[in-house]
Design a protein. Sequence first.
Length: 253
Amino acid sequence: MRATIVFVMFMLVCAAGCGRSPGGAPKRQLVIFCGSSMIEPMNEISRTFAEERRVNVTTDTGGSETLLPRVLAGAAADVFVCHDPFEQKVREAGRWAGSATVATMRPVILVKPGNPHNITKVEDLAREGLKIGIGNPEYSTAGRMFVEMLQRRGLYEQVMKQVVLQARTHQEIANGLIVGPLDVAVVWNFISVLYKDKVQVVHTDDRYDDVRVTVVGLTNSPNPQMRDLFLEECRTQRVRDVFARHGYSPVSP
């Protein structure tokens, strides 16, 4: 009987301490929702943060547009790494608890090394016979920006006839250029660094507004102290340098 009582008391103590570290403090952990376009630099940043702060970092990756509904529904995450316009949507929903702008992005035109089709300007994309890949404008901010640029310049009908791939991820579009049938890919600029030996950037006169990359603190954070420490780290030049090294554009002054 006594052994049974001791066992029950032991189980109750274990249950009471579940999810807590010695001394009753919450476990040192950080949960990151990270848009897939930012995963490479964020993996590096989170590893460094985990080592220096002795914290367990868990990253949940997906398209920013697919992670947003979970954020707005109050999922148990500490920060949301996204690009415009998703931070504003978090603010409007009352889920915003601070943020850090770490980089900017813009769409670029990529071709195979040597530029075999001699693409030099946006108008060249209307050339018959080209196979073009872009982000699906319904899901991709870069794809939507490219389509809107074509509409402004009166090139929509001519160029969109050549689009044979509208993908959800930029890696899929890049692979279509590198190992697939594509002649041209329109993707975020960091892709040109990620695949720097396999693609070539075409510098044209197309212009886009900067798209900010932000690390957004969430009000539903299970670990607000760790959330704020991570936001503080993301406001440093060290983090911006990581993004720049991965091919993202610097933050405008």
